[in-house]
Design a binder for this molecule. Structure first.
Ligand code: TPP
Ligand code: SF4
Ligand code: MG
Length: 326
């Protein structure tokens, strides 16, 4: 059987290392400025043509696979909303069985399952957990646009505190109805699956040296892997499509979305927000979904972000605080 750890994947050291070939091409129907579409285009560029992809229900299914059309050049299969983990296991197990029986050549084939923040981070969490406990080579990429965008922008467990969504509109009496702090998904999956060798967060706003480099690194590591990608959404976050990259950058530089990777238990910050952070206000006020927030609300969000970077045991990653009590 092909052994991933023996396969050499070229590292992405700069833009010249990014392949020119496209496997997610023109013709899709995502909104202008959709960072989730950039996420798709990017991962398949660096994974290459010997790749199978499943995608759970959501914008990246509906906008990319209208009847008889698709921008995908590689085999792409739709799977149910919470099924990215189980579809990844099924694909990897199927390939292993076919190779073992000699029905297909024993060669490298990447198995990538894609999901959204509702499909993966909420509904499909148990299946992802199951996948991360297997010994299959598989990669799960979760695109986080902080809402169930496909069904018209409902809040999920990963929506930023205070956001206006169709489930959480600001009211006259209670002006914040989205009162949950964003789920710390990558940290949770890394801490909860000690044998999983690679868990990372990324943002397609930083394509070359952050996102694509992490996809390549994940593919080169044996076993199951998870990548949480921050994906600004002009429609749901309510800003002009030309600002997607700026919004992603502000989210990262403010420390609201931590960028890190955990390889075999070692945490590396790919943007170190412990040292310097931009005020969250800049990020919040650039988007219509936060237009109803008061100065006090912004101060509260700033306080929570500061706590994340100054008080967590592993800042931005593990939310326990202080040393052991005996
Ligand atoms: C079991 C199930 N419940 C609800 C739906 C309806 N539905 C389709 S896509 C979607 C939202 C998906 O959100 P997310 O996973 O974040 O992907 P996004 O559309 O934001 O990219 C919902 C609720 C469904 N298809 N299946
Ligand atoms: S609603 Fe958001 S995630 Fe969906 S296609 Fe439009 S920009 Fe992309
Ligand atoms: Mg979503």
């Amino acid at each position: 059987m092909a052994n991933r750890q023996s396969i050499e994947y070229a590292k992405i050291k700069g833009v010249h290392d990014v392949p020119l070939e496209e496997f997610y091409t023109s013709g899709h129907r995502t909104c202008q400025g959709c960072e989730s579409a950039a996420t798709m285009r990017g991962f398949i560029k660096v994974a290459g043509p010997r790749t199978l992809v499943t995608g759970s229900t959501g914008c990246m299914y509906v906008a990319n696979t209208s009847y008889m059309t698709t921008p995908w050049i590689v085999p792409w299969m739709h799977t149910q909303l919470g099924a990215s983990g189980s579809s990844a296991i099924g694909m990897a197990a199927g390939l292993r069985a076919l190779m073992r029986k000699g029905k297909i050549p024993d060669e490298e084939i990447n198995t990538i399952a894609h999901c959204g923040d509702l499909g993966g981070g909420d509904m499909g969490l148990s299946a992802i957990s199951g996948a991360l406990q297997t010994d299959y080579d598989l990669l799960i990429i979760m695109n986080d646009n902080e809402s169930a965008a496909n069904t018209d922008i409902q809040a999920t467990g990963l929506t930023t505190f205070g956001a206006n969504t169709t489930f959480t509109p600001p009211g006259k009496r209670i002006h914040i109805t989205q009162r949950r702090w964003k789920k710390n998904l990558a940290g949770m999956l890394a801490v909860g699956h000690p044998t999983c060798k690679y868990v990372a967060t990324a943002c397609a706003t930083y394509p070359t040296l952050d996102y694509l480099r992490k996809v390549r690194r994940a593919l080169a590591v044996g076993g199951p892997k998870f990548l949480h990608v921050y994906a600004p959404c002009p429609k749901g976050w309510d800003y002009h499509p030309r600002y997607s990259h700026d919004i992603g950058r502000m989210g990262v530089l403010s420390g609201l979305f931590p960028l890190f990777e955990i390889l075999e238990g070692h945490v590396t910050y790919t943007h170190d927000a412990r040292r310097q952070r931009e005020p969250v206000e800049k990020f919040l006020m650039a988007q219509g979904r936060f237009a109803h927030l008061t100065k006090d609300d912004v101060r509260y969000i700033q306080k929570m972000v500061d706590e994340m970077w100054e008080e967590w045991d592993v800042p931005g990653v593990v939310p326990t605080k202080g040393s052991l009590k005996t």
